[in-house]
Ligand binder design. Structure first.
Ligand SMILES: NC(=O)c1ccc[n+]([C@@H]2O[C@H](COP(=O)([O-])OP(=O)(O)OC[C@H]3O[C@@H](n4cnc5c(N)ncnc54)[C@H](OP(=O)(O)O)[C@@H]3O)[C@@H](O)[C@H]2O)c1
Length: 332
């Protein structure tokens, strides 16, 4: 059986070019004991993959050049030498960026049993959703009535973060980059602020207008001027959960940090970075709380879908153009 998969041929500087990605085809070896073959149905592309393309070990190993790329995927088992995973079982695993995956059964997770589409386990009920929940609850220690600011507020992580925050009662403000996203935020009762065309001072002013009392919690997905403007709008005792800094991922040379880091001192604030995998033992708690709300429709989620394996690099690159609302996915 053939498998088609993507590789990268270089460590990109700046925004990756489409030519970085190469599609290959290979004949899969005979299945060993304990191995399965999975026909991938949905692939996830995520901003963190940009870091893995840089050839540097961070909290995770870099992608190897000219080797199959990895990423979360959901698929169906089509051949099995592992009795725990019979043919027909739907699973989640990390052998994405390809159509047919061959891997040991101990690298598979069965899908949880909510009445949701399979691909929700790559988005709102998968890693990005778990990230939103962990950052708000386990890092920022969000309390009832807190005023919460979320940058990247209409993305995969941000769109759940704003809704979970909104359900706890305070003023919630989302920063996003397009009118469509701002409209979506407003439709959820979230005050929406655009960062496009603004400098840090103008964004500071816009956030102050949206929430003059200031924020108890800042959920950081973006960095750059969003961080600077957020620091200027903190309440005393604020908590900042540093989830991501996508504005920096394609920088050739690192830009200067925020000029107003002293606001952490002035507002006696706490700023803490986190990686969702360190919190994975709490995934069942997250599912128990959020799963029924997704099933019941109390919490909404959006998806942006590219069709066909060939479009995987395009889907990935679109994350950095802000082309996705909610989770960016590839449907095979
Ligand atoms: N710590 C963890 O464990 C963890 C786990 C998952 C994700 N993350 C981080 O969380 C953040 C959101 O991830 P996600 O999967 O939910 O992605 P996402 O928000 O669905 O997609 C990326 C969004 O970022 C915005 N963006 C892209 N380039 C930007 C720039 N230069 N300046 C400002 N905004 C930019 C765009 O939205 P606009 O149109 O609004 O600009 C784009 O749609 C990322 O920083 C990611 O690395 C961290």
């Amino acid at each position: 059986m053939q498998s088609r998969y993507f590789t990268i041929n270089d460590h990109p500087q700046g925004t990756p070019a489409r030519e970085l990605f190469e599609l290959h085809e290979t004949e899969l070896p005979t299945l060993s004991d304990g191995e399965v073959r999975v026909r991938n149905l949905w692939l996830s592309v995520d901003p963190y993959m940009r870091g893995r393309m840089s050839g540097v070990t961070t909290y995770i190993d870099p992608f190897e050049l000219n080797a199959p790329l990895e990423g979360a995927a959901v698929g169906e088992i089509i051949e099995s030498h592992d009795p725990a995973f019979p043919v027909g079982t739907k699973v989640r695993h990390m052998a994405g960026w390809r159509d047919i995956a061959q891997l040991p059964g101990n690298q598979l997770e069965p899908l949880p049993h909510f009445d949701v589409p399979d691909q929700a386990y790559l988005g709102v009920l998968g890693m990005p959703g778990m990230t939103a929940w962990s950052g708000l609850n386990r890092i920022a220690d969000m309390q009832e009535g807190d005023n919460v600011l979320v940058s990247g507020g209409a993305g995969a992580v941000g769109s759940l973060a704003v809704q979970l925050a909104k359900a706890k009662g305070g003023t919630v403000v989302g920063i996003a980059g397009s009118q469509e996203k701002l409209d979506w935020l407003e439709s959820k009762g979230v005050k929406a602020v655009s960062y496009k065309g603004k400098n840090a001072a103008q964004l500071t002013e816009a956030l102050n207008e949206a929430c003059p009392e200031g924020f108890d919690v800042y959920y950081e997905n973006v960095g750059g001027i969003c961080l600077e403007a957020a620091l200027n709008n903190l309440k005393v005792g604020a908590r900042i959960a540093v989830c991501g800094m996508i504005a920096r991922y394609n920088e050739d040379t690192p830009s200067a940090g925020p000029s107003n880091l002293a606001m952490i001192l002035i507002r006696r604030a706490r700023m803490e970075g986190f990686i969702v995998f360190d919190h994975w033992a709490h995934y069942p708690d997250f599912l128990e709380e959020v799963g029924p709300q997704i099933e019941g429709g109390q919490v909404d989620y959006e998806e942006t879908v590219e069709e066909g394996l060939e479009r995987t690099p395009d889907a990935f690159l679109k994350l950095f153009e802000g082309a996705n609302r909610g989770k960016m996915l590839v449907k095979l």
